[in-house]
Design a protein around this ligand. Structure first.
Ligand code: AQP
Length: 345
């Protein structure tokens, strides 16, 4: 690469969540809560329900429709205002899929083979995994770059995919001799960039984990939340007096991080308050805080889900706004690549 200064792109935030099940506390703290903060910062924010990503593993069509609407309700209930942020489902804007194909021809097999999420999800059955699951990061790069997004707030698990997005932008720009796609910045910050399973502190909390006890769902009621936190796996030691004392105690660290993130304080402050106390005291305090923060979101999601036609209308409106940004970027991409577009309609 030359030392010439990179072109400066206006700030635009893009991020997405898959409608591959119900929202978890991990999605809320690692993504949604931060999406709302970004919206409040006054930067242009584009948020996408990535249904084309969800179908990289089998989804029952009826359940997919429900999960898409429920996720839209989750976004809005958490504080995303569809008038200020652009909120839509991916498949309504064809530019994502078309740009993903172009990126399939930019990204190299070796780059994708290194993706740990594919290895985690496909496991020992890589030969039976869909081609879509393998190419997933190229579609994610298209999601982001179709908007010339500059900043992408995500959880820690998406870091590798964002590095691939950067590599695709750099290779495209280099191969075609342009400075067309921005080299995006991952925004991975806060105490809850990786919320772990309540059953195993070394595994991330995930909506597709077969154990419902491993996660808190945004649709769980107060009793379920309290019960799951009470039963969360921990060790027999009391909480340490300093943060270093959490070293090697994955479950304890996870609960401290969850508390900090829900309360908008630093993990140090949680240790300051609860250090020396056992989980018998800490867990009820955490359960109370979780219920206090999640119950209003839960109630609002239920209310919004009563009017599904309104959710569909909002998604359609969001898709039109999204398309107005993505289509001209895609048109320029076709031009750069040498694809003739001569039809009039
Ligand atoms: N446990 C987590 N801690 C912090 N952030 C998380 N995110 C997901 N899980 C955690 C963040 O949520 C956003 C949306 O993720 P996604 O649904 O598109 O895909 P995912 O990361 O694969 O999430 P799941 O819950 O694990 O879904 P499934 O089970 O379907 O694969 C991302 O910003 C992600 O970092």
């Amino acid at each position: 690469m030359s030392d010439a200064p990179r072109k400066v792109f206006p700030q635009r935030i893009f991020s997405g969540i898959q409608p591959s099940g119900g929202l978890t506390l991990g999605n809320y703290l690692g993504a949604l809560k931060r999406f709302v903060a970004a919206q409040e910062d006054g930067i242009e924010t584009v948020y996408c329900i990535v249904d084309l990503h969800a179908i990289t593993v089998w989804q029952e069509p009826q359940k997919l429709r429900h999960a898409t609407r429920e996720l839209a309700a989750g976004f809005i209930a958490a504080g995303i205002d569809p008038a200020r942020s652009i909120l839509f489902n991916q498949s309504q804007v064809p530019a994502h899929a078309e740009l993903a194909w172009i990126f399939n021809c930019v990204a190299r097999m070796g780059w994708l083979r290194r993706m740990t999420q594919f290895k985690d999800k496909a496991g020992k059955h890589a030969e039976e995994a869909s081609v879509g699951l393998f190419a997933y990061p190229n579609l994610m790069a298209a999601d982001i770059l179709a908007y010339h997004a500059t900043h992408v707030p995500v959880g820690e698990d998406q870091k590798q995919h964002l590095e691939l997005t950067r590599d695709i932008a750099i290779k495209f720009n280099h191969d075609y001799g342009v400075e067309f796609f921005p080299v995006v910045e991952p925004v991975i910050e806060g105490a809850a960039t990786r919320v772990m399973s309540l059953r195993d502190g070394t595994k991330k909390m995930s909506k597709s984990d077969p154990s419902d006890q491993s996660r808190i769902n945004l649709t769980d009621d107060a009793d379920a939340i309290a019960q799951k936190i009470r039963k969360a796996r921990t060790d027999p030691e009391p909480l340490p007096e300093s943060l270093e004392g959490l070293e090697g105690r994955a479950e304890a660290r996870n609960l401290v991080n969850i508390y900090a993130s829900l309360a908008d304080i630093l993990p140090e402050a949680v240790i300051g308050e609860f250090g020396g106390q056992g989980f018998g005291a800490f867990k009820p305090a955490l359960a109370e805080l979780a219920v206090e923060k999640l119950a209003p979101i839960n109630a609002e999601m239920r209310r919004l889900m009563e009017d599904q036609a309104e959710i569909d209308r909002l998604l359609g409106q969001g898709a039109e706004r999204a398309q107005a940004i993505a289509e001209p970027i895609l048109a320029q991409t076709r031009e750069i690549v040498g694809l003739i577009r001569s039809r009039t309609g």
